[in-house]
Design a protein around this ligand. Structure first.
Ligand code: NAP
Length: 253
């Protein structure tokens, strides 16, 4: 229970990687704000799972990309924290659009992806910063698409921007002992990757990964929890690839 007495906000914690992070931080003792956008039932389920396991959590709603998102999230967070500060911020919520290739992407699509994946996390971080004590932790969830080329061009660009955000913020917040790092998942089984349900697709992915399978949310949550812990106090401004050894080289000899 290394996070006993700490508080955390995980954005996009109703499902997928964010949910696994919320559950893991709570299992380690943190009181967790479970943020969601529209899926109230999934957020409720996450909070109930944490409480059933003996942890503490509350849900906070805000739809990123809307004008009121930062205010709504901040107000819900402060109400749930009930006077406490915010020790750990995990910027995880994001959207992907599989019709985001160079030939298809339009200005509205571009604006939405940038707003949800970059603009709202930036202004949310700015807004909650006064709640984060010296020695606090910020972890941003990036993606391997920053170094392997996918057709979804805007999505990849938003994740590249998050890596730059991570390094810049790490420098700015260093004097306060706040670390800022990014975890970059590889191909991970969540709702975002429904296509992995196809056994042939899963087998193709396994063939690209040194450890021979695609990732699970818990694989990523454990790495994020490391960055949130005291053990990671001397690491900041880094992007860590958590992908089982994706494309290290051909698997066959
Ligand atoms: P997911 O299963 O699709 O879950 C997305 C989460 O984000 C949900 O909690 C969802 O809330 C929330 N969300 C969606 N749209 C939102 C909006 N407009 N405003 C606020 N919240 C919103 O995604 P995931 O696969 O776990 O991805 C988590 C993070 O990992 C993302 O940053 C993603 O880019 C990154 N990542 C994922 C993979 C992968 O293979 N899965 C690979 C690399 C990076 P609701 O439940 O309310 O909709």
């Amino acid at each position: 229970m290394s996070l006993n007495g700490k508080t955390a906000l995980v954005t996009g914690a109703s499902r997928g990687i964010g949910r696994a992070v919320a559950e893991r931080l709570a299992a380690d003792g943190a009181r967790v704000a479970v943020h969601y956008s529209t899926n109230e039932a999934a957020a409720k389920e996450t909070v109930e799972a944490i409480v059933a396991a003996g942890g503490q959590a509350f849900a906070v709603q805000a739809e990123f990309g809307t004008d009121s998102a930062v205010d709504a999230l901040y107000d819900g967070l402060v109400a749930g924290l009930d006077g406490a500060g915010l020790d750990i911020l995990v910027n995880n919520a994001a959207v992907v659009d599989y019709a985001d290739g160079i030939e298809d992407v339009g200005p509205e699509q571009f604006d939405r992806l940038v707003a949800v994946n970059v603009k709202t996390p930036l202004f949310l971080t700015q807004r909650v910063l006064p709640l984060i004590p010296d020695g606090g932790r910020i972890v941003n969830v990036s993606s391997g698409v920053t170094w392997f080329a996918q057709p979804e061009i805007t999505y990849a660009m938003t994740k590249g921007a998050l890596n730059v955000f991570t390094r810049s913020l790490a420098r700015t917040l260093g004097p306060r002992g706040i670390t800022v790092n990014a975890v970059s998942p590889g191909i991970t089984e969540t709702d975002m990757n429904g296509w992995l349900q196809d056994p042939a697709a899963a087998a193709r992915v396994a063939g690209m990964v040194a450890l021979g399978r695609h990732g699970q949310s818990g694989d990523i949550a454990d790495v994020i929890t490391f960055f949130a812990s005291d053990e990671a106090r001397w690491v900041t401004g880094q992007v860590l690839e958590a992908n089982g050894g994706l494309w290290l080289g051909p698997n066959e000899r």
